[in-house]
Design a protein around this ligand. Structure first.
Ligand code: FAD
Length: 493
């Protein structure tokens, strides 16, 4: 099958989905192609979920520009997409006098980058913001925020879909050709082809591979894995703001820190380890032990039983391990490959920057085709920001009266109702894996990690889709949930 578009985006992470949503404001035939069974399966679901203020990046750099602008765009965007965003601010802490000059340097950067309200503060003021915090001084950045990275990506994608962008999930791009008529031809592993006047490479960890397919050979990505622990909600409220150590020169990331999530958990991590395989998301016993040790030092109230789950993500670095640090984002409209818009090395703060990158990319698309605003564009995604559990008793009673499925709990730990799970199952993108349901409805994210709710969710999916056991996938086609029935249907118990 060949599908013809004006613009084709490769990659359904937060950057690709933000571009899709930005383009959906115009009357343009656009599509996004993603190799996984859902959007937000790469770095965009495997990060700290911090909307960075932008004081750490060199003035004049692309990272500084898109981070500060993206941060400022987040309130309106999250309001429209019904995604939780909490402006809790950040303390970047100097543990000793040696780290203090770093704070002043970051304050200068912040001022030069136009970051609002950054100040160096000292112990008394630090402790008013976060009681008990250690350290001699800190940089306070009030615009630092937290956001759910997968909810943001899914929200962008669903809103783009509602406004007319097509999504081709489970389609891996394997070859790209520039045709004689000037259009690009993109071949997928399935045998399907896609043609477009403009293609946008938003393939994250695979951006350099996609470049090579189009004949651009100058980039290389060095995946750098970060592992995390997720802590139980018992500690919700312990952290009043983000608390980071002052960064060390040439470090690959910020160093291990504690990050509250919008849903009330705390993340410990991420570590930094260069690997060859961009999709090696394993968590290792050694690093888990290190995180438990470091976590307990940073937050003495933590108990062994608070560690409920771990995960890892990889940063798409352009700098090899022997260089360390970060290179600037590449966001370019290739003059030598007309109609190829290229995004390479979008590591942190790519989540923060995604709306600003999308804005910049739509400007580049205008170099190739006319973008006329679509008067029918609706920026608002239907639904609620909060989960049922977070509503007032009156609001809950109203919803149950409207739909009794709100009155049945499917996920006991997170108190997620049958209606919320059904909504996640019936999602407009048609994503059908257990992980897709988890990211949309939060069911199975609590203490028992799905021990109670997964059998119930499986039954709901079976009733909805009439599936056989072999049809259930955890994350994608390489992770089947079941191999078949234990005994023939209708057999004796
Ligand atoms: C440990 C860690 C912590 C981070 N913390 C933060 C943070 O707190 N704040 C912040 O702002 N940023 C953070 N980041 C950075 C942020 O996560 C990324 O910059 C952002 O998610 C990048 O989005 P993306 O869309 O470019 O890439 P991705 O989310 O990786 O999306 C790329 C997509 O392209 C698809 N794809 C690849 N190849 C193909 C192909 N051949 N065909 C079809 N599809 C393809 C992939 O499957 C993937 O879905 C962190 C990153 C990591 C790893």
């Amino acid at each position: 099958m060949n599908s013809k578009y004006e613009v084709l985006i490769i990659g359904g992470g937060v950057v690709g989905c933000a571009i899709a949503r930005e383009l959906s404001k115009y009357s343009v035939k656009a599509a996004l192609i993603e190799k996984e069974a859902d959007v937000s399966m790469g770095a965009s679901c495997r990060n700290s979920g911090v909307c960075h203020a932008g004081f750490k990046y060199a003035p004049g750099s692309m990272r500084a520009f898109v981070a500060v602008k993206g941060n400022a765009m987040m309130d309106d965007l999250c309001r429209d997409l019904k995604v939780k965003l909490k402006r809790i601010g950040k303390l970047t802490v100097a543990l000793d006098r040696e780290d203090e000059p770093t704070l002043h340097k970051m304050k200068e950067n912040g001022d030069a980058n136009g970051v609002p309200g950054v100040r160096v503060i000292y112990q008394d003021e630090m402790r008013k913001i976060q009681p008990g915090v250690e350290g001699v001084a800190a940089l306070h950045s009030p615009t630092s925020a937290i956001v759910s990275p997968y909810n943001l990506t899914i929200g962008l994608a669903e809103n783009a879909l509602a406004n007319g962008v097509n999504f081709h999930l489970g389609q891996e791009v394997t070859a790209i050709e520039h045709q004689a008529d000037g259009d690009w031809l993109v071949r997928a592993a399935s045998g399907d082809t896609f043609s477009a006047k403009v293609i946008i490479n938003a393939a994250g960890l695979f951006a350099a591979e996609v470049c090579k397919m189009a004949g651009i050979n100058e980039y290389r990505i060095y995946p750098c894995r970060g592992e995390y622990y997720i802590l139980d909600k018992r500690l919700d409220g312990t952290l009043k703001c983000l608390i980071y150590p002052a960064p060390k020169k040439h470090a690959a990331g910020w160093g291990t820190h504690l990050t509250p999530t919008v849903d009330g958990n705390i993340l410990i991590g991420p570590t930094a380890e260069y690997l060859d395989d961009p999709e090696d998301f394993a968590c290792t016993a050694e690093i888990m032990a290190q995180l438990r040790r470091e976590g307990q030092m940073l937050l003495p109230a933590m108990r062994g039983t608070d560690f409920i789950r771990n995960f890892a993500g990889s940063r798409a670095k352009q700098t090899p391990p022997e260089v360390g640090g970060n290179a600037d984002f590449v966001i370019e409209d290739r003059k030598d490959h007309k109609g190829f818009i290229n995004l390479v090395g979008i590591e942190s703060p790519g989540l923060t920057s995604a709306p600003a990158i999308a804005d910049m990319v739509s400007g580049m698309v205008k170099n190739h085709i006319t973008l006329t605003p679509d008067p029918a564009f609706n920026p608002v995604r239907p639904g609620m920001v909060d989960f049922f559990e977070e509503l007032s008793p009156e609001e809950k009673a109203d919803l149950i009266a409207q739909d009794p499925n709100y009155g049945e709990i499917i996920c006991r730990c997170e108190k997620i109702t049958k209606r919320e799970v059904l909504d996640a199952i019936q999602n407009p993108l048609g994503a059908r894996t257990l992980v897709s349901i988890k990211y949309r409805g939060r069911a199975s994210m609590g203490r028992c990690q799905g021990g109670f709710c997964i059998p119930r969710i499986v039954r709901l999916m079976r009733d909805e889709f009439g599936w056989k056991p072999e049809d259930f996938l955890k994350r994608g086609k390489t992770s089947p949930m079941f191999v078949g029935n234990m005994r023939p249907k209708g057999g004796a118990a």
